[in-house]
Design a protein around this ligand. Structure first.
Ligand SMILES: Cc1cc2nc3c(=O)[nH]c(=O)nc-3n(C[C@H](O)[C@H](O)[C@H](O)COP(=O)(O)O)c2cc1C
Length: 311
């Protein structure tokens, strides 16, 4: 509802400009150059919030340095039955089992054609629920080709816990096949675009070692760490409430330690071989914090980064 209201407000002449002025910090120290892209600031909005590319212009007014749309799939699909999104306010966390509800990649590209802002947009791509894992590569390729002219980078999502079997694609063989085929398609373009891999926080060290090899072998541009977790680490919310909520991915504060651990492990073990998007990394992405803290969060983080840079 808040986003629809913001959309209406932004239709009033001057409002988008005013919002951008009050929610954005313009400071050279915030700029980042990674995988050939120039980010105005390192704070991005993670995938899943603007799945269908409806609010890129409005979100860019709220001070984000980049916005990741999706996860998009070739065909539209309704996602899981509601309720599918739960707040755990005591934990500053969310549990969701949305299941890639989206209007399909073509509907999103129609919207992308009309966007006004120049904020960096990532296209997060996945497979339809009804597509078997053996055919998954085709879904990723369809989304890649369709989005290619309209996004600045790609995020390959094989880590959502809410599409049955999806995370099995994180295994070396299927993952390498998907990434190599995407790279082949990428190489056939006049100018290639960065491809990042979005991974789960629930991978073992051995699986993380495989990820390092896969990034090197496929020569993709980096990793997004991490997606939501299926682990219900110690939470303040009562176990009965958690059990009543059921399956889904946990995000927010209780995930931050594990995702930071994954980032640290990948950085150290790979010898800083590739850029990582995630807290404490080269760029960051937020979602749950935006829900709890509200529209000023990107600005708040940017302003604290500037303070750190001055000290
Ligand atoms: C309601 C909801 C929907 C999400 N949908 C997606 C999605 O479609 N694709 C994806 O890659 N990540 C999705 N995510 C994961 C976020 O992009 C992010 O990786 C995760 O929430 C961890 O960041 P956070 O703790 O800042 O929220 C979703 C998260 C939430 C809370």
């Amino acid at each position: 509802m808040a986003m629809w209201l913001l959309k209406v407000a932004c239709k009033i002449p001057g409002v988008r400009f005013m919002l951008k002025r009050s929610f954005t910090i313009n400071d050279k120290r915030l700029q980042r150059n990674l995988f050939g892209l120039s980010f105005e600031n390192p704070v991005g909005l993670a995938a899943g919030f603007d799945k269908d590319a409806r609010w890129i212009d409005e979100l860019s007014s709220l001070g984000f340095g980049f916005v990741e749309i999706g996860t998009l799939t070739p065909k539209a699909q309704p996602g899981n039955e509601k309720p599918r999104l739960f707040r755990l306010p005591e934990d500053h966390a969310l549990i969701n089992r949305m299941g890639f509800n989206n209007g399909g990649v073509m509907a999103a590209t129609e919207r992308l054609k009309k966007r006004k802002s120049h904020v960096i947009v990532g296209g997060n791509i996945g497979k339809n629920k009804t597509t078997e894992n053996e055919q998954a590569v085709n879904d990723y390729l369809i989304c890649f080709e369709e989005l290619f002219p309209y996004v600045d980078y790609f995020a390959v999502n094989v880590s959502s816990p809410n599409t049955p079997g999806l995370r099995a694609l994180q295994e070396k063989k299927p993952l390498l096949e998907i990434l190599l085929r995407l790279q082949e398609a990428n190489a056939s373009k006049a100018k290639r675009k960065p491809i990042l891999l979005k991974i789960a926080p629930d991978l073992t060290d051995d699986q993380l070692n495989d990820i390092i090899d896969i990034v090197a072998e496929s020569k993709i541009d980096g990793v997004i760490a991490t997606n939501t977790t299926i682990v219900r680490a110690p939470l303040k919310t009562s176990p009965t409430e958690i059990e009543a909520i059921g399956a889904g991915g946990l995000s927010g504060l209780p995930l931050s330690n594990r995702s930071t651990e994954v980032i640290r492990y990948l950085k150290q073990k790979s010898g800083n071989a590739f850029p990582i998007i995630g807290a404490g990394a080269d760029l960051i992405q937020i979602y749950t914090g935006f829900i709890y803290e509200g529209p000023g969060l990107a600005k708040k983080i940017c302003s604290e980064l500037c303070d750190l840079a001055s000290n």
